[in-house]
Design a protein. Structure first.
Length: 84
């Protein structure tokens, strides 16, 4: 595994660390997830991230999606990719 050095505003880093702790993960894990997804997206695509299947026209999340769970949200995104 390689290391990557990036420069970010201290406030962003602090907020990201707090949110990661709240979600039971780490900033490094979130960056890995984002970059793995980003690397899979076709370079000709205009959308960097897929639209998550969370809206059915009347508000709220689809059944089975936990908004406080990264795993649940990523699974929803993976399911969307699998059907595309």
């Amino acid at each position: 595994m390689s290391n990557l050095t990036i420069s970010l505003d201290d406030t962003i880093i602090r907020k990201a660390r707090i949110r990661a702790i709240e979600e039971g993960t780490s900033v490094s894990a979130k960056v890995r997830e984002f970059l793995a997804h980003y690397a899979k997206v076709d370079s000709t695509s205009t959308a960097a991230l897929p639209d998550l299947p969370v809206f059915q026209g009347t508000g709220g999340l689809q059944p089975g999606i936990d908004p406080s769970s990264n795993k649940s949200m990523l699974q929803a995104a993976d399911d969307l990719d699998a059907t595309a």
